[in-house]
Design a protein around this ligand. Structure first.
Ligand SMILES: NC(=O)c1ccc[n+]([C@@H]2O[C@H](COP(=O)([O-])OP(=O)(O)OC[C@H]3O[C@@H](n4cnc5c(N)ncnc54)[C@H](O)[C@@H]3O)[C@@H](O)[C@H]2O)c1
Ligand SMILES: NC(=O)c1ccc[n+]([C@@H]2O[C@H](COP(=O)([O-])OP(=O)(O)OC[C@H]3O[C@@H](n4cnc5c(N)ncnc54)[C@H](O)[C@@H]3O)[C@@H](O)[C@H]2O)c1
Lengths: 209, 209
């Protein structure tokens, strides 16, 4: 099992490696990765071990092999078809974000309860009525869904998603959704991320007084 | 100093407490908070200690005092005027998100290098040319900025922000920006969050085979 802190660092390594590949770099050391990302090189070596890629003493890791290995670990080398629920402003930005395909995320349909949105296409993806989600999720074997509805509507939408057999939810609503134990929930971290920033800024400003 | 993991949990407590307040609940125990959020109650008690709010044996914490204390810890009881750089699809969604004011974040201007966008207003916020950022940041004493430009343009924009005296950056571009040591950077966690989700889903699917 790969520890969650390691899983969260792997995309950083991947972004860096993809950049290096673009620049024609063939191999890289864990020290180089650590310096670039402001991490500890022992930590980087430990993380990379989970990908089963072995570095050579003089040259380090093969960039291509490490890219493939990380993508396989994260399952980003295969497409996961996904639904998006709540085609509002954040949902629309996400439907238009082509780079999600690099992370193996492929939106196939969006759902909303606003009659003005249903029937429209957003970035080429059709917006359907939320009532149709359970049947379509079963038919299309959709396991992953992104939730971008307001907090007040979140639990009600989750219950509909569960009826359709969704087992992995990326939740952007700022509240705790309740799901059965086998369902995977990853809460997007907007308010947590901002909390760290505003706190650190206020502490920094104190030092200036 | 409040540890970062505690800082990241405080917004969860705050969302829950604000909900309870709306329902007229006057006091709450750390056990109740822990159960609602799927956390350990000892952890909740330790976190709350950082806010200096003392619970009473029988009744627990006063909801209002705990809300105020957490908002003060995070500096969300005061407005931090901020700039947003990159008025694209994600930037637009964020400029329109009224709830950021609950987190003390108040966008006062947006910047872009696309001549079609400069001079427009997005959700009432004027989009200005990126060249004007350094002077305006100094004049308006802006310390915090949100970066929603593509990765290729990120470092160049950061260098402009630093010239303006920005000391706290909320970075949405999927790459590591380089800043002097005194500058606070909080990377938004889109790809990290998705990594955890897709990995857990692929492990779960293996168990079904
Ligand atoms: N916009 C941001 O920058 C931002 C930042 C952080 C968090 N969020 C969170 O992301 C979520 C979406 O935010 P937004 O700014 O896109 O809001 P929004 O109001 O623009 O969009 C919400 C969408 O959900 C739909 N909806 C509402 N109830 C529904 C229901 N019962 N079934 C199906 N669809 C329903 C609405 O019709 C709308 O299209 C919210 O929970 C918000 O708190 C947004
Ligand atoms: N859209 C999403 O759902 C999403 C999700 C995760 C991460 N991101 C990241 O957020 C960032 C923004 O994404 P987006 O989808 O809004 O992209 P976008 O292309 O819609 O918007 C980018 C904006 O930045 C502006 N820009 C480009 N170069 C600039 C420069 N040198 N100076 C000033 N402005 C400049 C563009 O004119 C455009 O308005 C990207 O780094 C992206 O990887 C987006």
């Amino acid at each position: 099992v790969i520890p969650e802190p390691t899983l969260r660092r792997l995309p950083h390594y991947l972004h860096l490696l993809l950049n290096l590949k673009e620049q024609g770099v063939k191999s890289v050391s864990s020290t180089f990765i650590a310096n670039e990302l402001g991490l500890d090189s022992t930590q980087v070596r430990k993380d990379v071990q989970y990908t089963n890629i072995i570095g050579k003493p003089k040259t380090g890791f093969d960039v291509n092999s490490l890219i493939n290995a990380i993508q396989t670990c994260l399952n980003w080398n295969r497409y996961e078809n996904a639904f998006l629920i709540g085609a509002g402003s954040l949902g629309t930005a996400m439907l238009g974000y082509k780079q999600f395909k690099d992370y193996g995320l492929n939106f196939v349909a969006a759902f909303d309860n606003d009659p003005e949105k249903v029937g429209q296409k957003i970035h080429g993806i059709e917006v359907l009525s939320i009532d149709r989600l359970p049947v379509l999720a079963q038919l299309m074997k959709i396991h992953l869904a992104v939730l971008t509805v307001p907090a007040k509507a979140a639990q009600e939408c989750v219950d509909i998603m569960l009826k359709g057999g969704i087992v992995a939810i990326w939740n952007f609503a700022p509240m705790q959704i309740k799901v059965p134990q086998n369902v995977i929930v990853e809460n997007a971290q907007f308010s947590q991320s901002l909390a760290v920033l505003t706190r650190k800024l206020s502490v920094y400003k104190q030092t200036l007084l």
